[in-house]
Design a protein around this ligand. Structure first.
Ligand code: PNS
Length: 162
C-alpha cells in the first residue's frame, strides 16, 4: 500500500481519532495527520496545541507524522505527493458530508481517492465537539481523550470562567 493523509481539525484529538489513526497506520506505509489551520472556523485550541496533542498521542506509531495545512486539502496533497485521504465514519449522518467532500476532492484532483474506515463501535458516539461540551459542563472526559488533552482542556475552561 501507499502513503495516505488523514486531515482534520482535531480540536482536540480524541480516542476515536486515535483508533482510526492506529488502524490506518496498519494499512498504509506512511500516514500523515494533516491538521487544518482553519482560520475561518473558530477552534478552542490553537494550531500549536492541536498539533502538540497529536504528536504526543501518535508517537508510538513509527510510520505516522503530524503536519499542518491551510487552503485546499488537494493542494496540500499535491505538494506532499499523496493521493489517498483517510476519514473515519462514525454514524450514518457522517456519510452524506463525507461523501460530498470525497466527491469534491476527487473533482478538484482526479488522482485523489478517499478511503473510509468505520470507527470502532465503542467510539461511534464520540466527537471533539461533544468532548468540549461535556468538559464545559464539568463532566469527566478521561475515557474520551488522552490525559494531556484533558488537563489542558480543564485549565482552559477554568481560565475562561475566570
Ligand atoms: O475534522 P473535520 O473538521 O471534520 O475536518 C474537515 C477537513 C479539515 C477535512 C475539511 O474541512 C477540509 O479538507 N478543509 C480544507 C479546505 C478544503 O479543501 N475544502 C474542500 C473540501 S471538499
Amino acid at each position: 500500500m501507499t502513503r495516505a493523509v488523514m486531515p482534520g481539525s482535531f480540536d482536540p484529538v480524541t480516542y476515536g481519532h486515535l483508533d482510526v489513526i492506529e488502524r490506518a497506520s496498519d494499512l498504509f506505509e506512511d500516514l500523515i495527520i494533516a491538521v487544518v489551520e482553519n482560520p475561518a472556523k473558530c477552534c478552542l485550541f490553537s494550531l500549536q496545541e492541536r498539533v502538540g496533542f497529536l504528536v504526543g498521542t501518535v508517537n508510538h506509531l513509527a510510520n505516522v507524522r503530524v503536519d499542518t495545512f491551510s487552503g485546499l486539502l488537494v493542494a496540500y496533497m499535491q505538494s506532499a505527493r499523496v493521493r489517498v485521504i483517510v476519514r473515519g465514519l462514525r454514524v450514518a449522518t457522517d456519510f452524506e458530508y463525507e461523501l460530498q467532500m470525497a466527491l469534491m476532492n476527487h473533482e478538484l484532483f482526479a488522482e485523489v481517492e478517499t478511503v473510509f474506515l468505520p470507527s470502532s463501535h465503542r467510539y461511534s458516539f464520540l466527537s471533539s465537539s461533544l468532548v468540549k461540551e461535556v468538559a464545559l459542563h464539568g463532566g469527566s472526559v478521561t475515557a474520551f481523550v488522552p490525559g494531556q488533552v484533558e488537563e489542558v482542556l480543564k485549565r482552559k475552561i477554568s481560565a475562561e470562567r475566570g
